[in-house]
Design a protein around this ligand. Structure first.
Ligand code: HBI
Ligand code: FE
Length: 279
């Protein structure tokens, strides 16, 4: 029992979450009794604030799916969400103590299990938190897992991740994750909308990503995206735009191995570097 904690990216902060409770596959049961009234209140306030910001900024597919999370006045029980989620797309939520290593992460996704951090930020972290907490994972990631096409993309992503790991191409694949599942934009009925969990769970970045003139927004293109570095603790300076979730799913049908080969020798793009590659 028990796993070593995992810290991601440049963050030098100590890991949050109790990794001693994690089993072999890094999952741990949701310890519902451990949530305090302050925790439930934090969840309720985060949910209410974020839901008010969604119209005109969040993907309509997300807005339509959000009620499937269930009650918004307390932290949901994973098994309650799973009753609905499993019927909808065959996915289920599993508790994790926080960020987990790539192979266990990819393995869970490949088996239609979505890892949800089991702790919530402290009231004083209401405005911003670097690490993903239960609000980011539940509110940001879970609603779109009720969308069948997006749910299939995430599983395909997990399967691709296990292959990429074998080819030493995890960094390129994690950029694809970052610029789609975490910070992706979609054009819906001609309007720009956010579908990435990192945007949807952020009070500031939601309007910024869709309305600010500052960042560049370029069409999602596998090679350009996989060559673009990202920063984990600032608003994005580059967003990639898709036309549909079907586009994401079809993209993963390709075998990425030759793409990794080709990209190995090519220069990368900085997170804010302008310009697309020759298509
Ligand atoms: N672990 N719990 C958790 N949640 C994530 O979103 C996550 C992770 N580990 C690795 C990771 N994401 C990214 O590096 C992926 O690109 C692999
Ligand atoms: Fe996330």
């Amino acid at each position: 029992m028990g796993q070593a904690p995992v810290v991601y990216g440049q963050s030098t902060r100590p890991p949050r979450g109790d990794y001693s409770r994690a089993s072999e596959d890094y999952t741990c049961p949701q310890d519902y009794a451990s949530y305090t009234e302050a925790d439930h209140d934090t969840y309720r306030r985060l949910y209410e604030r974020q839901r008010a910001l969604l119209p005109g900024l969040a993907s309509q597919a997300f807005i339509d799916a959000l009620p499937s999370l269930g009650a918004s006045d307390r932290i949901p029980r994973f098994e309650e969400v799973n009753e609905r989620l499993y019927k909808a797309t065959g996915w289920e939520l599993v508790g994790v103590p926080g960020l987990i290593p790539e192979v266990p992460f990819f393995t869970l996704l490949a088996n239609r299990k979505f890892p949800v951090t089991d702790w919530i930020r402290k009231p004083e972290e209401f405005e911003y938190i670097v690490e993903p907490d239960i609000f980011h994972d539940l509110f940001g990631h879970v609603p779109l897992l009720f969308n069948p096409v997006f749910a299939d993309y995430v599983q395909r992503y997990g399967q691709g991740g296990l292959k990429a790991q074998g080819l030493g191409s995890c960094e390129m694949l994690s950029r694809l994750y970052w610029y789609t599942i975490e910070f992706g934009l979609i054009r819906e009925a001609g309007q720009l909308r956010a579908y990435g969990a990192g945007i949807l769970s952020s009070s500031g970045e939601l309007a910024y990503s869709v309305q600010s003139p500052e960042p560049q927004r370029i069409p999602l293109q596998l090679e350009r995206t996989m060559r673009t570095r990202y920063k984990i603790d600032t608003y994005q300076q580059t967003y990639f735009v898709i036309d549909s979730f079907e586009q994401l799913f079809e993209m993963t049908a390709a075998d990425f191995a030759p793409i990794y080969e080709r990209l190995q020798g090519l220069p990368e793009f900085g997170a804010d570097e302008r310009g697309a590659v020759g298509v």
